[in-house]
Design a protein around this ligand. Structure first.
Ligand code: F6P
Length: 362
């Protein structure tokens, strides 16, 4: 009997997931003679065994440059707190026992979970129920602790920087204030790094609550120096010092996680009160999650996939693969999900941006 392992992709998709899947399937089949079961649609697939299928080399041929995930994913459906309709009412039930039973029934010795903070927390809980788990960190938000970077982030940054480059030319022609709203949940990494790379004038991130008057003053200062346009990049989780985050749907409404979005419009409305200028908002949205992965993300995803196999081989479970400096290594999943990795408001990158003349509205 061949050794059989499983792989699933959970949470929001991001570029580079297919590189991990390909790496795992190739490394398992070519070098180890193992079988890989691909689980569709994240942990949901473990509640419906027909969603689990053996992956062959043929299945992963040509997927390296493809965005998304050939396995499908979902950012709902935590099996420990699964939404079901009972007597016409939605309620949350614990289906984790079913997941564990199906993993055993499928003969999966170890499960590779490719996910962000939410999926890795679920993976950790399954580990505590006896499942052999190895984690692989993915997310465009780059908000996972214990790894210098997650794959997907680099491609998202390229998309955001490209958007800023494009907004620059039209902002300058029309003497406008252009606001670009980017993703990132509660972390400002995408806004900060794309803002530096794309030459933004103002960067607003959740880690530094902003003051609307300072934003207006900064735009006005530029105007008085003959710069008749300004570029603002706002992270979706940014909020004013005397206010709260703009939320599209609460966790109670989604029966999952809070959905952010709308800070761009909110800032536009508020600065319209103190600036006599044309203001336009662009919400970059899911463009940041789509498209072909960058060279960096293809390479990182492939390296993570192979490292995950090595951990399974060594039966070194409960670990998440990670990048530290230039080296791939591993850390306990438990450590990686304890808290989110946020931008340090007094850190080098923020100080660098400030010395480049960028303001954070503080
Ligand atoms: O975590 C990735 C992410 O893209 C966040 O940046 C964003 O807040 C969220 O997912 C969007 O989720 P959805 O795909 O449910 O709109």
């Amino acid at each position: 009997m061949k050794k059989r392992i499983g792989i699933l992709t959970g949470g929001g998709d991001c570029p580079g997931l297919n590189a991990v899947i390909r790496g795992v399937v190739k490394g398992a089949e070519l070098k180890r003679g193992w079988e890989v079961v691909g689980v569709e649609d994240g942990f949901d697939g473990l509640l419906a065994p027909e969603k689990c299928r053996l992956l062959s080399l043929e299945d992963v041929r040509g997927i390296l440059p493809r965005g998304g995930t050939i396995l499908g994913t979902t950012n709902r459906g935590n099996p420990f707190s699964y939404p079901v309709v009972k007597n016409g009412k939605k309620e949350l039930v614990d289906l984790s026992g079913q997941v564990v039973a199906n993993i055993n029934k499928l003969g999966i010795e170890a499960l590779i979970v490719v996910g962000g903070e939410g999926s890795l927390k679920i993976a950790q809980e399954l580990m505590e129920k006896g499942v052999n788990i190895v984690g692989v960190p993915k997310t465009i938000d780059n908000d996972l602790m214990e790894t210098d970077v997650t794959f997907g982030f680099n491609t998202a940054l390229e998309t955001a920087t490209d958007a800023l480059d494009k907004l620059h030319t039209t902002a300058e022609s029309h003497h406008r204030v252009m606001i670009l709203e980017v993703m990132g949940r509660y972390a400002g990494w995408i806004a900060l790094e794309s803002g530096i790379a794309g030459g933004a004038d103002i960067i607003l991130i959740p880690e530094i609550p902003f003051d609307i008057e300072r934003i207006c003053r900064s735009v006005d200062d530029r105007r008085s120096k003959g710069r008749h346009f300004s570029i603002i990049v706002a992270a979706e989780g940014a909020y004013p010092d005397a206010g709260t985050r703009v939320v599209q749907a609460t966790a109670a409404e989604t029966l999952s996680v809070e959905r952010l979005g709308g800070i761009g419009d909110s800032i536009a409305r508020r600065i319209a009160g103190c600036l006599d200028m044309d203001i336009r908002v662009t919400v970059l949205g899911h463009l940041q999650r789509g498209g072909s992965p960058s060279t960096f993300d293809r390479c990182l995803g492939s390296r993570f996939g192979i490292k995950a196999l090595e951990l399974v081989e060594q039966k070194d479970y409960g670990k998440m693969v990670c990048l530290k400096g230039r080296a791939i290594s591993a850390v306990p999943i438990e450590k990686a999900v304890r808290k989110l990795k946020l931008v340090d408001p007094a850190g080098e990158m923020v100080r660098c941006a400030e010395q480049l003349g960028i303001t954070f509205g503080r």
